[in-house]
Structure formats: C-alpha cells, structure tokens
Design a protein around this ligand. Structure first.
Ligand code: PMP
Length: 383
C-alpha cells in the first residue's frame, strides 16, 4: 500500500474521532438551533461540548469560538470581515507576508483592489520573517497584521509571539493562521496574544469541512467583524448556516485528544524527523534542507534534490509514497511554489523541492523502502 506522507495537506481521521462522529450522525441528527425539542437540544449540547473542548485547548472563552467550514473560511472572515470597519474608520493599511496561504493572500489582494494599502514584509532563504520588520511597518492607520503561525510548505514557525506582544499595546488587530499548529504547538498557542486565529479540524486528525475562527475580546470588546455569510446568524451572528453537528463533534474530540497526546505525538514526530535526516546524511544523495531548521515543525520536512525534478520524483515514487511538491491547495497550478519563490531560492532548488509530512502511525520501518528507492533515483541523475 502507498504510504501516506502528506499530513500537512490533510491528516487521516483518528478512529476515535470517527466513532464520535458516527454516534452523532446516528443519534444527534436534530438541528442544533431547534431549541424547542429534545433532538435539537441534544444536538446543541454536543456542539457546546465541542466548543468547550476547543476553547479549553486554546485557553480561550467558549463564546470566542466561531465554527466555520475550515481555515479558508476563517481566514476570509477574519480579513474581509474587518474591511468595512477599516474603511469607515480610516484604517486601511494591512501588513502581511508573501508566504501566507492563498486563503490569506487572495482576500488581502482583493482588499488592495478596493483601496487598502498592503505591505508584505520580505522573507529570506530561511523562510522565517523578522518580527521587527513587521513591527516597524505598523502605523496608527494599520487595521490588521496577518502572519501565519507555521508555514504549510516549509514547516517554518514564524515569530508570532513577538509580534503579538507588540501589537497587544496598539490598536491594530492581529490575525494568525494557525491551520498547521492547532493541536500541535499547544503551549505556544495558549500563550500567544492575538485577536483572530484560524484553525481547521482536518490537519489534526479530525474531519474535513469544519474549522473555527477564534475572535478574542480585547478590553471587553470583540474585533469589529461583519459576517460574510448572512442568514439565520447561528454563530453569534457572524456565520450563518445549520451547524454540521457530527463534524463539529469530531473536531471537538480531535481537539480533546490532541490536548492529552500532543507531547507524545511531538516526540514521535521529532524522532522520525531525526531518523530521516540521519539517513539522508549517510546517503550519497545531493540534497538541501529548506527553511530555518531551528524553527520548524517536528512533522514536516521540506527538502530539495537539485538533480531531480520533483514532479519526476513524485511520479517514480508514486506506488510507494504520497508526498507533495507544495501546498495541496495550489498544487494543480503549474507555477512554482509562491513560498519558495518568495524565499528567493534558486530555480534548481525550487524545481527539486518536495514536502514530506507525517504523524502518529508512521514509523521508521515504513520509510526504509521509499528512502532506498529515493537513493537509487538520486544516483540516476536526470540532468
Ligand atoms: N492555512 C494554511 C496554513 C493551510 O495549510 C491550509 C490548508 N492547506 C489552510 C489555511 C486552509 O485550510 P482548510 O483546508 O481548512 O480550508
């Protein structure tokens, strides 16, 4: 069977999460907004339980959790949702980075077309932005700073802690896309100072199609967001639509499991990373590790084989492993990765770059054969 090593694109659903979802689909099929009968009340109670589980792992209030369809929607709600208030209050300056996920870059590009002034800080070959570069661009009319917690392609962790500590003393909102770190960098997220945080279930062994936007209160006031999806106002008036009870229950359970297991998972992921790195180091392959290896997710390896075209590599190893050349959400595009391009990496490094990402259930012995095949391939040299 092909070994799945694309956990940053989507993780397998934990069987324990599936069980909770199965139960919810079977017995909790009421509409969580139908408060007048027991079916609705039971569904609503399940949603509240999930809300509590998510609030607890982030150490935020339950009323600060807004369920969405995933991090793409959360990012859009955070960015576009602030626009009207920004326009009405002459706060039309936004600071971000060129390595954000497309679901941040595109809404910001849209706002630029509507008259917002957008500054992107530069990022070097390390793939890690400088906190000071962001901070030095903040002005009295800066509406929003949006910086991801960890990059999905390189796994590089960004200095959001420092940025958050600065911004908390200003009037600028801080949005963090934590799709890749929720349930993983648990302690860091509890400490982080932010106004808006995007999270997703399917990166942390939960189901696809559900996520949340965390909107934090500052001095008793929530960020001035307006809804993008209008209707029944189910999620505090900020997001309408019947709540997908089973997905939400699965998300909550995935969060609860992560809260208990994240340290164990991280230790496992780190050991696997070290083992792969050791095997690469002992091989005679030409390779370059991409990104700042001192600030990187333990389950992500971005590596380039400059002598091999990454599409060829993925094709040749297709029967053995499922890996990616870049972000899954944009991998249909034929253009080179916007992240690696923004890092200013040479063409041959970008061309040979692959992303390997894993989690519990993958161990050293699973990787032996693919690594041997890789070595054979590297020895062939394609150009
Ligand atoms: N942000 C980042 C950093 C991501 O990695 C992803 C998923 N590739 C998203 C946002 C979008 O998340 P979702 O699939 O939940 O919409």
């Amino acid at each position: 069977m092909t070994l799945y090593l694309d956990y940053n694109a989507s993780t397998p659903v934990d069987p324990r999460v599936l069980e909770v979802m199965f139960e919810a689909y079977r017995f909790y099929y009421g509409n969580a907004s139908s408060h007048k009968h027991v079916y609705g009340q039971k569904a609503s109670a399940l949603v509240q339980c999930a809300r509590r589980q998510i609030a607890s792992i982030l150490d935020v209030g339950e009323e600060e959790v807004i369920f969405t369809s995933g991090a793409t929607e959360s990012n859009n709600l955070a960015i576009l949702g602030l626009a009207r208030w920004g326009m009405e209050n002459n706060r039309k300056h936004i600071v971000t980075t060129p390595i954000e996920h497309k679901s941040v870059l595109e809404p910001i590009k849209y706002l630029a077309s509507q008259g917002f002034e957008v500054e992107q800080v530069s990022v070097g070959a390390s793939g890690r932005i400088e906190a000071d570069e962001v901070i030095s661009r903040v002005r009295p009319d800066t509406l929003l700073v949006s910086v991801m917690h960890a990059n999905n392609e390189t796994g590089v962790i960004q200095p959001v802690k420092e940025i958050g500590e600065y911004l908390i003393n200003t009037d600028t909102y801080f949005h963090v896309d934590a799709a890749q770190t929720f349930g993983k960098l648990v302690d860091e997220l509890k400490e982080l100072k932010y106004d808006l945080l995007s999270i997703s279930a399917h990166k942390v062994y939960g189901p696809q199609g559900v996520g949340a936007l965390i909107r934090r209160r500052r001095k008793y006031t929530f960020p001035h967001l307006e809804p993008l999806i209008k209707g029944g106002g189910q999620e505090k008036g900020l997001r309408s639509g019947t709540l997908p009870v089973a997905l939400i229950a699965g998300f909550g359970h995935a969060a609860a499991l992560a809260a208990v297991e994240y340290e164990k998972r991280r230790a496992h992921d780190l050991a696997l990373r070290e083992s792969v790195l050791a095997q690469l180091a002992c091989s005679n392959m030409d390779y370059v590790l991409i990104g700042d290896q001192d600030h990187v997710l333990s389950h992500t390896l971005s590596v380039s084989f400059p002598n091999i075209d990454s599409d060829t590599l993925i094709l040749v190893l297709k029967e053995d492993v499922a890996i990616s050349t870049g972000s899954a959400c944009t991998s249909d595009a034929k253009e080179p990765s916007h992240v690696l391009t923004a890092m200013g990496l040479p063409g041959e490094i970008i061309n040979g770059a692959v992303r390997i990402s894993w989690g519990p259930g993958i161990d050293e012995k699973n990787l032996k054969l693919p690594l041997e095949k890789l070595q054979n391939l590297a020895n062939l040299r394609f150009y």
